[in-house]
Design a protein around this ligand. Structure first.
Ligand code: SAJ
Length: 427
């Protein structure tokens, strides 16, 4: 199959690097987004999200003339749908973006085209939701055009490398569709390409993130036990992981992001009677912010009026993404409990925080008046801070480290009282 022109629906963390990578391989690419701010920003040479290396990649694609940004699709050989699949307040999958992207393609779909869904989706979405929509103008999936599901599996912060190097799963609604998908991704992928059916591919993606969520949930539960039994859970996990068949992940302030904290819910929604473990793990991870707040309360005794400085709001280190971030949840709960909360997130100013949470413009102004400092995200720039750096910017000498980021410094000698989540040394 020949792919000279590719239309990518959705220009977020996945769609934009995908579109740019195909364009840099010499393919003509139409990158489509419904958000006029995204379209205008990209057209004006800007970038609406942070991902290492992405600016250079996008600029090269635009400069080559191969990548065009648009708010509407065009006829193409292949269409890739890479739009968000968040959840509603009640944790049910919000498939509106997938449905409207599929609908938008229908007028441009021609015999022989390939359509790929990349968005993380509940089992059977390709067959039961996307295929019927694409059949709207009389063309039959599997007969007149190819249709496959190929999940993105790249790690935010490493997207550009993983997009090329990771193994890729392509699930066709029939074998010919899977082969067509392979022909497309072979243009950019150096990883192994594994062919299967569309529902298996959807499940594989959900299973990967659910497995990770459950593994983090047990680490978080262990952190609670560490505090209860007076041990250092980080050490205990390191020792347990010396066993050849044990690989416990790291505890922390909770699980955030648009993937791991969302995707397991798709399985719970699809089969509530069969997913007790998955559901419980979600609840454990979702309640970890509350455990951090309780830990703070044990340290300071009374949160009311306590001046708390939170370092980091992103959902994980060295990204700017705050979707479902446990750090945001923690500072919100602290403010609700009456603490005077100041936060510093170096990657961006965050919209939508409660009005009584102050966002500092610099580390120094965040630290200066604190009664207690809580490290919420292991951003490299925070981990690089020394005792002297912090001591020079504030009189505060009480810290809570929720990510085990500051363990190797001699805080005691520098006069600090440092608490670590999961360590049973609480006052
Ligand atoms: N976290 C922990 N402890 C750990 C690891 C992570 O508390 O040991 C927390 C992080 O701080 C963060 C959350 O979990 O809040 C998720 O972070 P992550 O780095 O585990 O994963 P994501 O959500 O950034 O990316 C995941 C990846 N999936 C897997 O590793 C199985 C990525 O490969 C997927 O492409 C991505 O989800 C996605 O888009 O689905």
């Amino acid at each position: 199959m020949q792919f000279e022109k590719i239309c990518v629906m959705g220009l977020g963390y996945i769609g934009l690097p995908t579109a740019s990578t195909f364009a840099n391989q010499g393919k003509r690419v139409i990158g489509v987004d419904v958000d006029s701010h995204v379209v205008e920003t990209l057209k004006n040479g800007g970038l609406h999200l942070h991902e290492p290396g992405l600016r250079t990649l996008v600029q090269a694609a635009l400069a080559s003339g191969n990548l065009t940004i648009s708010s509407t699709p065009e006829a193409a050989d292949a269409f890739i749908i890479a739009v968000p699949t968040p959840f509603y307040e009640n944790k049910k999958a919000d498939m509106r973006a997938v449905k409207s992207a599929a609908k938008a393609i229908v007028p441009y779909l021609q015999p022989g085209n390939l359509v790929i869904l990349e968005s993380t989706s509940p089992p059977r979405t390709t067959l039961d939701i996307v295929a019927p929509i694409l059949s709207g103008n009389g063309l039959k999936p599997g007969k007149d055009f190819y249709l496959a599901y190929s999940p993105e599996r790249v790690l935010p912060g490493h997207i550009l490398r993983e997009m090329i190097e990771n193994a890729r799963v392509i699930g066709g609604i029939d074998p010919a569709s899977a082969e067509a998908g392979k022909a497309l991704y072979s243009l950019i992928s150096r990883g192994e390409i594994i062919l299967t059916d569309s529902t298996t591919a959807e499940m594989v993606k959900l299973m990967e993130n659910t497995y990770r969520d459950i593994n983090i949930a047990i680490a978080n539960e262990f952190s609670r036990l560490g505090q209860r039994f007076g041990i250092d859970i980080w050490d205990a996990i390191t020792i347990a992981n010396r066993h050849p068949r044990v690989k416990i992940l790291q505890p922390g302030p909770g699980v955030g992001g648009h993937c791991i904290s969302v995707d397991p819910w798709f399985l719970v929604e699809a089969a509530p009677d069969l997913t007790q473990l998955i559901h419980t793990a979600r609840k454990v991870n979702d309640s970890q912010p509350q455990f951090v707040v309780e830990t703070m309360r044990q340290i300071v005794k009374d949160l009311k009026g306590c001046r708390v400085t939170g370092l980091g709001l992103a959902y994980k280190p060295d990204v700017d993404d705050i979707r479902e971030s446990p750090a945001v949840e923690i500072v919100s709960q602290l403010a609700e409990a009456g603490a005077q909360v100041t936060v510093f997130e170096p990657f961006k100013k965050v919209d939508g925080l409660a009005e009584n949470i102050r966002q500092a413009g610099s580390l120094e102004s965040a630290l200066v008046d604190a009664d207690i400092i809580v490290l919420l995200v292991a951003h490299s720039q925070f981990l690089a801070l020394t005792t002297a750096d912090i001591a020079s910017q504030t009189r505060c000498r009480v810290l809570l480290d929720t990510v085990n980021g500051w363990r190797n410094q001699d805080w005691k000698t520098a006069g600090f009282n440092v608490y670590r989540l999961g360590v049973g040394k609480l006052a």
